[in-house]
Design a protein around this ligand. Structure first.
Ligand code: SF4
Length: 98
């Protein structure tokens, strides 16, 4: 047994990680972008984000998607209806408000 709890702790950690992965997968199962397909959520520099944002506007897991992107500091693409720039601004506003 190690100082951090050995096999039992490893098993508990594995269960927590598995539960988190299952929770993330559950909202992703309802993603509108998965139904629509295409690569508009990851536009190249200078390409419009509006097509992706139009789909996001009607997505029923929009808030969860945005929360995921913010929590995991995802810097590329449109998530939760917000572009990279908009998410950076939102994080900046939250830091100032805290
Ligand atoms: S909010 Fe947009 S990027 Fe997020 S799951 Fe929905 S359609 Fe996909």
């Amino acid at each position: 047994m190690t100082a951090w709890g050995g096999d039992a702790a490893a098993l508990t950690l594995l269960r927590i990680v598995s539960a988190a992965s299952a929770a993330e997968a559950s909202w992703m199962d309802f993603a509108a972008c998965a139904e629509v397909g295409g690569d508009q959520w990851f536009p190249e520099k200078g390409e419009p984000v509006a097509p992706a944002k139009r789909v996001c506007a009607g997505c029923r897991v929009k808030e969860l998607c945005l929360g995921y992107a913010l929590e995991h500091r995802i810097s590329h693409g449109v998530w939760g209806g917000l572009s990279e720039h908009e998410r950076r601004d939102l994080l900046r506003q939250r830091r100032r408000a805290a």
